[in-house]
Design a protein around this ligand. Sequence first.
Ligand code: F6P
Length: 348
Amino acid sequence: MEILKKKQRIGILTAGGDCPGLNAAIRGVGKTAIVTYGMEVYGISDGFTGLITKEYFQLDESHLSGILTLGGTILGTSREKPYKKKNNGSSSISKPELIKEHYDQMGLDCLVCIGGNGTLKTAHLLSQEGLNVIGLPKTIDNDVFGTDVSFGFDSAVNIATEAIDRLHSTANSHKRIIVIEVMGHNAGWIALYAGIAGGGDLVLLPELGYEEDCIIKYLKERTAKNKPYSIVVVAEGILPDRKKKSAAQHISRLISEKTGLETRETVLGYVQRGGSPSPADRILATRYGAQAADLIARGEYGNMVALKNNAIVAVPLAEIAGIQKLVTPDDPVLKHALALGTSFGCGI
Ligand code: F6P
C-alpha cells in the first residue's frame, strides 16, 4: 500500500519597516516552495502580530503572480516585538508562548521571517525555543550583519541618488548650499552610497561623527575656489536626539549661521521606502526567497540566507542576531570617495 507523505507546510511573515522587494521575496519563497517542492504556503498577517492573533491565509500561485514589481508587502507588517513585554495584556500567557501554540495549531513545519535586525533577533529567539525558522535580510538601512547586502537598500539608494541629482540643478541655479537628509536609522550606508552616486560634496555619517569647524572651512574653501553651490548629504542618525530637530535642519542652520551662505534643507523621508523595487533588489529578493525554500526542503533550519562575495549562502541566526553592521573608517568605498576629495566632515 502506498503511504501518502504529508505536504510540508510553511508560514511566511514580513516584519519591521517595509521596503521595496518584500513582495519579490514572498514570491520567491512561495513559488519555489509550491512549484519545486510541493509545499503548502501560508501568509501570516502583519508580522509577528498575525502569529499572536492567529491571522493567516493560504497563499497559492495566483496570490504570488503579479507581485514581483509591487512595493510594500501583501502580508502587511508591524513593529511587534513579542519578546519585549513579558505578557499579553491581561492574559497570563506570554506572546512567545502564544506564538508557539499557534505555530503548532497551524501545523507549520517552518516559519520564514523576512525582516531587519529586530525581526532576525526574534527569529533567533523563536528558533532557540524549538521552532523551525529561516530568516531573510531586508532593510533599506543595509545594517544586517552577516550579509554583504540586504534587499531594499539598492532601491533606497536609487531613490536618494535621483533626489540628489535633482537638488544639484536647483542648488546650482540659486548658488545655494542644499542639505539633504536620508534615512538609515543609526547607520550611514544610504548616505555613503547615495552621497557617492549623487556626487555629494560633504557626506556626514553617524559612525564617523563630524567637526563643525571642518564643515565650515570646507564649504568656505569651495566658495573661494569659485564653486558657488554645494550638496551636503546627511544621515538621519548623526544627531543623538533627532526628535527635537532633524539632522538636515541642524546642519543647515549651522552652515548658514557660520558661513552666511544661503542654505536650504530637504528631508527625503518615507519616499525612500515606497514603490517598486529596483531590478537589483528584485533579483536579490527572488534569490533569497528561492534559497530559503531550498533550506527548508533540506531541513536546514535556524539560518538566515545571505549574500557573500556574490554567492547566496546560509548563515546561522545565532551568528548574526543582535549585531548591527555599520560603516567602518576602513570601508573601501569610503576610502575611494575620500581620495577624490569628498569630505566626511573630518569624521575621518
Ligand atoms: O529601518 C528602516 C527605517 O526606514 C529607518 O531608516 C528609519 O529610521 C525607520 O525605519 C523609520 O521607522 P518607522 O517606520 O517606525 O517610522
